[in-house]
Ligand binder design. Structure first.
Ligand SMILES: [Zn+2]
Length: 319
């Protein structure tokens, strides 16, 4: 049983009705008066069809019709991708992968990724993957198989570094971790809802766009895109990033059998007139809050003990 695969879908608009179907299973077909309405039914139809894959990712052979605000953020036709999946890696080894310590508050790496190899501790499903993280603390790397890497042109391969992973014993699949040399930061826009957090200790800002009037989860500022635009570029920051490219190229990659596990979406491009600095909540650090609370309680108890001891000492009859 292999779960979490990516399935290529088609869609059409006919007499005001949107129809979506999975190309490899034409029986999985849904319709609605809007694209989103049809799309919302797709997962149920999929599960009804008796597939053993309960966590499918659906992707389309051409761009889905835009949501109301998409047009404003589509000056350049770009998409992003990342890995899905549940690969685990050695947590002890993880500490030596970045130069400098992790932020004590939020867990983000404060220094650049060095050349150390990540030690995988589970076999990897598919060809594009991510790592499991407890409570989303710590970096989310993009791992790709040798077969996926071979799909990329020389020019594309040279846009990032690919650090080989140390695989699990007996697994012959070779994986590589993408290491960007620079990042186009995530961008916010004046009218769009965000979800995410900031850390005042290390300055990290991790967020995505969560606005039903758009179809994109990630956006970059038009002014922050490098000129000329590289074939592949990283968006986000060293802890949390996706790889961006032209929509046509990402669709091409998605149609390959070696892209299994690849999760992709439209990349919003925020025009200068709508760009703003993001307003984000402070990340709570549960472990730290518990530790601080215990420290404060211990201090309070020590204070109280001292006070009581003084009280007892001073109430003793003087000789
Ligand atoms: Zn931090």
């Amino acid at each position: 049983m292999s779960e979490g695969r990516t399935y290529l879908c088609s869609w059409k608009l006919d007499s005001h009705v949107y129809t979506i179907w999975v190309r490899s299973r034409p029986g999985v077909r849904v319709s609605g008066l809007t694209f989103s309405q049809a799309y919302d039914k797709l997962i149920y139809k999929w599960l009804e069809s008796g597939s053993d894959d309960c966590e499918p990712t659906f992707t389309f052979d051409r761009s889905p019709p835009p949501e109301p605000l998409d047009a404003k953020y589509s000056n350049i036709d770009l998409m992003w991708f990342e890995g899905t999946g549940y690969t685990s890696d050695s947590s002890e080894r993880r500490e030596s992968l970045f130069d400098g310590p992790r932020c004590a508050w939020c867990g983000e790496p404060t220094g650049p990724r060095n050349d150390s190899k990540r030690q995988l501790t589970s076999t990897v499903e598919g060809h594009v993957s991510a790592c499991v993280r407890d409570n989303f603390v710590g970096e989310s790397p993009i791992l790709v198989s040798r077969e996926f890497l071979n799909l990329l042109s020389n020019e594309e391969q040279q846009c990032l570094d690919w650090i080989p992973c140390v695989g699990v014993p007996r697994s012959r699949k070779q994986f590589f971790e993408a290491r960007p040399r620079s990042f186009v930061p995530y961008a916010a826009a004046i009218e769009l809802e965000l979800s995410g957090w900031r850390c005042d200790s290390c300055g990290a800002k991790v967020f995505s766009i969560r606005d039903p009037r758009t179809s994109f989860l990630h956006a970059v500022s038009q002014l922050s895109l490098p000129q000329p635009l590289p074939a592949l570029f990283a968006i986000g920051s060293r802890g949390h990033f996706q790889i961006g490219a032209s929509s046509s190229r990402i669709r091409e990659l998605l149609s390959s059998k070696y892209s299994r596990g690849m999760n992709a979406g439209r990349l919003g491009v925020v025009p200068p007139s709508l760009a703003i600095a993001p307003t984000l909540r402070l990340r709570e650090n549960e472990a730290d809050q518990i530790r601080l609370r215990q420290e404060r309680a211990a201090e309070d108890k020590a204070e109280l003990d001292k006070y009581v001891a003084n009280l007892i000492a001073s109430s003793r009859p003087k000789k």
